[in-house]
Design a binder for this molecule. Structure first.
Ligand code: MN
Length: 719
């Protein structure tokens, strides 16, 4: 149990000169007036103000705020009056306690008008002094931590209010630690089953990860030390509500959340942050499109950090955040972190800027008499990553920043999205790729014979729109494959004088379906049409062997499969299938040892891409299938190399000799010289696997006057 001394120790450890006397005085006062009161748990009430005050001390806030933490419930729940407080503890504390009391008097209600009204009061109260909301947040945290003794109804009501109002405010103030704790707790209360299920799944997944975290951390430590970068590294698992939000936002299952474990590098200077980023990208391949520089471009709540996602040591995606200690403090404690750096009260720093928006809202609320209108405005301010747009009838749609009319159309209805041919924003025709802005009135023009196009996948921003467009394309492909599959089946069966209807009702057919996990005959035909399965096992089962032999010559189908298998580069295994046509992608030229992924391509079997190939990341994940390199195959794989070197006579010969000496064939070479006396050579070579390639790159790097060697990307485009 916490005691007064814990608060005092905490305050003195940070500010030895702090005014401890006033804290003592507040403690004595609060103990006196709350005397005899009990919490729902049966414990003395005093426990609550002490905990709230300790949380505030832990955020390094000043004595006045810590004292307010101790006194925050006295006016509301005891005989103490605000005049008394003002007299004993001064005007500032008096004002703070008054502000907190006013917020507490706001009735919890799920009626929208009341919610708007309570939010309005809250913002009015905290607009005068941001510390009011910090005390209120600390109060809410302790209440959320100790909800157990309340009735389920009360628990839900408090959790709902916290989720709708307090968590977004904490987020807007940049207090991510508070926001995460509140959101997790709300989630646990509002969706207990889902929470338990996810917590268990995350726990299970994390259990095997300690070794992995240790490996990554120590590798990073070594590399950073070697580069002279002084930094601390931590590995952590995402919080439960964060996982859940991601599942909802991206409409994916838990199994498809890959970056459950994230790493954080806390460096001393901004320069070191960028150095660390370089080291990370050198160690592991970055996932394209996932790098974000919030140091150069801070978020609306002043959050700063570098974010990148890389393919880790085992080819799995992991997110890495890099920032300075000061940025870290701001990221975790937001406005409270700024408070502690502030000595005088005058200068404007980020902490002050942070509640400039509060003041703006205060001005707004004077103009707006309708609480609903006010709530909508405040929402816009509280959620800066979103835009709010309207239907012609005045309904509000919430979309992510950068959303287009296509996203809007799908937000209304899937059919509206599928049939969308154009859009008017504020009465004017706009291209479908236009970004929507707050307050836009959007009208979608539809045509019932129109269909979504594949290009829309590049325009849409929301998961919902992307998924619906993919679903439509997939549906079309499926229908096509079903027709194709039926034709193949029918034609082949006819050779043996079998009827398709009868065959589909046979025991043998049912067995094939069951063994391959197909739910229906149509599923089987679709797979056949896609080229995912072969007909041979079914035919073998249906036709007695002597009859098959009697036919003498092999069927056209078998001949086709022979041809297909002969063309297979044999180095890749597709899980659960052994007679499928495999093609290595031309864009990324994966070689054995590279992390890879396969995509079913209609009529062309499976295409193998490198996991980080931009094209693979663009492809519909529903078509992805698990593939692996077959161990021990020795086949030559084409790879492009880009070598940048000094433009010196004889150097190309040196490089070529090195390549041939590594037992590598050169299939093509091209040289371009630049004005600054450099040469850019591009080689098409054939290697056995990733190891072979790495050794080759190393030996070329050792050639004198070679500046850099890089694995080339892209089809035969000159580098
Ligand atoms: Mn309280």
């Amino acid at each position: 149990m916490l005691r007064l001394n814990d608060i005092v120790d905490r305050v003195q450890s940070i500010r030895p000169t702090a005014n401890i006397e006033i804290i003592h005085k507040a403690y004595v006062f609060t103990a006196k007036v709350h005397h005899g009161q009990l919490r729902e748990s049966g414990e003395p009430y005093l426990i609550h103000p002490i905990n709230v005050s300790f949380i505030l001390a832990d955020w390094n806030l000043d004595e006045e705020t810590i004292v307010t933490g101790l006194l925050h419930d006295t006016v509301e729940d005891t005989v103490a009056t605000i005049e008394e407080i003002r007299e004993l503890f001064g005007d500032t504390v008096g004002q703070l306690v008054d502000g907190v009391t006013k917020i507490s008097r706001v009735v919890i209600s799920d009626v929208a008008d009341h919610k708007a009204e309570s939010l309005r009061k809250m913002i009015l109260a905290m607009g005068k002094d941001i510390r009011v909301i910090l005390v209120k947040l600390a109060d809410r945290i302790h209440n959320m931590r100790t909800l157990d003794h309340l009735s389920p109804d009360r628990q839900s009501a408090i959790a709902l209010e916290t989720q709708e109002i307090y968590a977004p405010i904490a987020s807007r103030l940049g207090m991510s630690r508070v926001k995460m704790e509140l959101e997790d707790k709300c989630f646990e209360i509002l969706h207990p089953d889902k929470y338990r299920e996810l917590a268990r799944a995350a726990d299970e997944r994390n259990r095997g990860q300690e070794e992995h975290i240790r490996k990554v951390t120590s590798l990073l430590e070594t590399k950073l030390r070697e580069a002279g970068v002084d930094a601390a590294i931590t590995g952590r698992s995402k919080n439960i509500s964060g996982i859940f939000n991601k599942m909802i936002r991206q409409e994916i299952e838990f199994e498809h959340i890959y970056d459950l474990i994230g790493f954080r590098i806390i460096a001393k200077t901004i320069r070191e942050c960028y150095e660390a980023l370089g080291i990370v990208h050198n160690l592991w391949r970055p996932v394209p499109g996932r790098f974000k520089d919030y140091i150069a471009m801070p978020k609306a709540n002043f959050y700063q950090s570098l974010h990148t996602t890389v393919f880790g040591p085992d080819g799995e995606m992991m997110e890495i955040q890099i920032r300075t200690e000061e940025m870290h403090g701001l990221a975790e404690y937001g406005v409270a972190a700024h408070w502690r750096y502030k000595e005088g009260r005058q200068e404007t720093d980020k902490g002050d800027q942070m509640f400039v928006w509060l003041r703006q809202i205060l001005d707004l609320q004077k103009e707006m008499k309708d609480p609903r209108e006010f709530l909508d405005t405040v929402k816009v301010e509280l959620f800066p990553e979103e835009v709010y747009v309207f239907t012609p009838r005045g309904d509000v749609k919430e979309l992510p920043r950068g959303a287009t009319p296509i996203d809007f159309a799908y937000a209304i209805h899937t059919e509206v999205g599928n049939q969308c041919v154009g859009a008017k924003v504020n009465g004017k025709m706009v291209p479908l790729r236009a970004s929507l802005k707050n307050g836009d009135v959007v009208e979608i023009i539809t045509n019932s014979s129109h269909k979504p196009s594949r290009d829309w996948l590049k325009i849409a921003k929301t998961r919902k729109a992307l998924n619906r467009i993919r679903a439509f394309i997939r549906q079309e492909q499926q229908e096509h494959s079903l027709t194709l599959g039926r034709q193949i089946l029918e034609r082949e069966l006819r050779k043996y004088s079998l009827a398709i209807m009868k065959t589909q009702k046979s025991k043998e057919f049912a067995e094939i379906l069951q063994e391959n996990g197909f739910k229906s005959a149509d599923d089987y035909c679709i797979a056949l049409g896609y080229g995912k399965v072969s007909l041979v096992p079914l035919i073998r089962r249906l036709i007695p062997p002597e009859q098959l032999q009697e036919k003498g010559k092999e069927s056209r189908l078998e001949a086709l499969f022979k041809r297909v298998t002969a063309r297979k580069p044999s180095a890749v295994i597709v899980k659960g299938v052994d007679d499928i046509f495999i093609r290595l992608a031309n864009c990324c030229h994966p070689v054995p040892g590279d992390p890879i992924v396969g995509f079913i391509t209609r009529g062309r079997g499976v295409t193998i891409h490198a996991r980080d190939c931009p094209k693979a990341l663009e492809t519909d994940p529903a078509r992805a299938i698990e593939v692996a390199w077959e161990a021990g195959t020795k086949a030559a794989h084409p790879v492009k190399l880009k070598v940048i070197c000094a433009d010196k006579p004889g150097l190309l010969a040196d490089i070529s000799r090195t390549i041939t000496a590594s037992d590598v064939d050169i299939r093509r070479a091209m040289v371009m010289t630049t004005r600054d006396k450099r040469a850019i050579c591009s080689f098409d070579v054939a290697v056995n696997d990733a190891k072979h390639l790495a050794a080759l790159i190393k030996s070329i790097e050792k050639v004198k006057n070679v500046y850099s060697v890089e694995r080339g990307k892209g089809r035969d485009k000159p580098v």
